[in-house]
Design a protein. Sequence first.
Lengths: 592, 271
Amino acid sequence: MKVDLSFVIGGFQGGGVESAGQIAVRAFAMKGHDVLGSREYHSNIIGAHSYYHIRVGGKALQMPLDALIALDAESVFTHFQNLKNNGILICDRSSLEKKASQIPSMSKALKKRIELSYGDFPLNQILEKLEFRLIALPMAELLKSLSKSVEKPLSSVSRALNVIGTSAGLYLLGVDEFTIRKAIEKQFRDPDVNLRAMEIAIEEVKGEKRGEIPSVEKKENLIVSGNEAVAIAKLRSQIEFLSFYPITPATDEALFIEENRGRVITVQAEDEISALGMALGASIAGLRATVSTSGPGFSLMNEMISFAVQAEIPIVITLWMRASPSTGIATRTGQQDLLHAIFSGHGDAFKIVIASGDHEEAIEDVSLSFKLAEDFQMPVIHLLDKYIASSLTTVARGKFEFSLPKREFKGDSESYQRYRLTEDGVSPFLPLGMSTMIVSSLEHDEYGFATEDPEIREEMMLKRMRKFKKVAESVSKRSYSIYGAKDADVTIVSFGSTKNAIIEAIERSEHAAKFLQLRVLSPFPDISKEIRGKVLCVESNAGQLSLLLKSCCRVDSVARKLNARPIYVDEVLMAIDDAMKGKEEVILSEGA
Amino acid sequence: MKEPEYKTDAWIQWCPGCGNYGILKALRDAVSELKIDPKKLVIVGGIGCSSRIVYYIRGGNVHTLHGRAIPVASGIKLSNPELTVIVAGGDGDILGIGMGHFVALGRRNIDLKIFIHDNSVYGLTKGQAGPTLPSGVKLRAMNYENAHDAVNPLLLAFASGYTFIARAYAYHVKELKKIMVEAIKHRGSAVVDILQPCATYNELMTKDWFEKRVYYLESIPGEKVAIQKMKERERIPLGILFKAEKATFEERIERFDVDLEKVLEKKAVLY
């Protein structure tokens, strides 16, 4: 039996949504199902609405929702319009008396939209007109009985509200009590109160109609966020130096490495210029070095990227894109740094840009990035986004079973030429300490001495261009992946985290569709020979990829997501239909 | 063993009368006295006349970006503590565009030597006011009198936590070399503010101007006196003004063994 579920657990930031989401993801993972838990939160420490959108039976998000577990009234107001007819709505009974206008943390815009559609009425009056399976838990009473049962004051057990809501929800969706118990035990250091909370919740909903979640063959055995997946892959790749400046959504990757650094040198720099500067220094000294950042920090790194190109320094920059321009929305997703990444740094700053579609690809791409950076002595920008950064999913442990040998250096240390002219443009690399040399940001001769001579300048430009051509040859076989029908009526072209939504959509679409997932964006691949039927470009920005595509093929339709939320499977299905109807521009607007 | 050769065959492109010649001579003498193997010597330059020094002394040298020598040098030193890492930059480079890094380095006390070639002008861009130029001064290439007050490199270094603070004068090559040697031998972040005339663009702070004002401290003063000395304007005290022992950043970062398998275990689904 194929399980296919999409549901949300919502509450206020600091109210246990994080643990609730992790418990739910773990419970379904324990049953052996594909699961993805996407975390949405505000740039706020406590009080604002946050939620987990969880998909079971697939690794892409899907609307509408089968269930909504609302830990507070704001969560009901925020998500009930995404709930299916007959979908399960689990909430606190007291939430039902609340009007949108009574919730201070809720955005004025959302209040206004609700008032326009439903009027400013208490939830129970609004919900009356809708066909949901309403499970209104008497939360105050349940917490009281929990307090009594564990002999602790009400104030100290009221945090367990998240476990009560989540346990009731999971149980109604069909997860067995044993599995929920195990997931809770794994979540908390001292799980006793929460286990009792779970029992009380299940007792309360026993007798209600339940779904069924069978156990299936278990193949993937780790649960990781995108940040963690990349951090672990970097440790596996034997990085030796990491510098960073705190920025959402990149910090969690750096902090995971810092926590488990062992002998890796980690430095919190004073800004992103310094972060990349230090890492470049480490790389010149022979260490495997890396930084991670997001759009605003990447902007600061630009001059250093140009330096790394000119001075031929290997470096891996992990760029976790978020909604921009400027500070934008720090905690929401987007793919708006594609062109910035490719064209970062002044001058003819040739660099490699790789984009991963999901956690597993991100793991592979980490070691590939280091390999390319070191083989070709240039920056590699590994492009990811907030959606991947903060979503949890299952990954086979075997994916982390790799190791990249440490950097090794051999060569003539007498009269060493850092920039020796070679056929492929790559000069032998010796680190500082092994020879005298000059590493220079100025145009230089083979030894690194500054020069303005026209012939040497031209030779050095051609050397760097040869190197980049060599990169293109080296990555040609992996620069894009192809999915779907051979003789398609529509070819979707996209990159990054849209991958799984598009793969699922082309499987479900009534049109014969094909998907080209671009994995190497610089050097940009020529995909013209792969195009069949209409060309539909899907991306979470104003149309950056479509601009690039026009350099090698036509683009018939562009589906853009601009609301800083991930792209959902059903949105891609709609975009395919629209493209087939000849619509040139589509805006995808789902998500709360 | 043969004396290592520290000279390179690059043509030195500073103007006649430039203070950088004195600094270059003193630095070559200092590394020679300390018998630093050129392979283990790293001079990291920013951008400006001063930073060209990376081409004039044999070492494993790095010419970085304007204001960014300190971050790059920090990464190098942390990665290979065997290296002697010296940062060369002008006052515009280190105290103007790079000031944030200058302050951050003091807080870290990484074992780096910062030699500020301090001539109060941006020479290579032809004579704009540098961060150490007093307010009200109009030099020949400037359109108006300087509307900025001067930054005091020594007080800034003190406030930032540098553990070795000295001032020297470019044309007193022997004394400068001595201070450089002490700075290199010091364990931690050391700064030497090297006053130098810019013969082309600074017609106020000339050789004569400096030599009328400078005098040497007899010994390293106590903290209170040091701060007064750092503030002095009419006369200019030279020498080591402050020296302290403090753990370096290298010593502050704990390194340990980690078992990645155990880290992965924490992420296991557990069926």
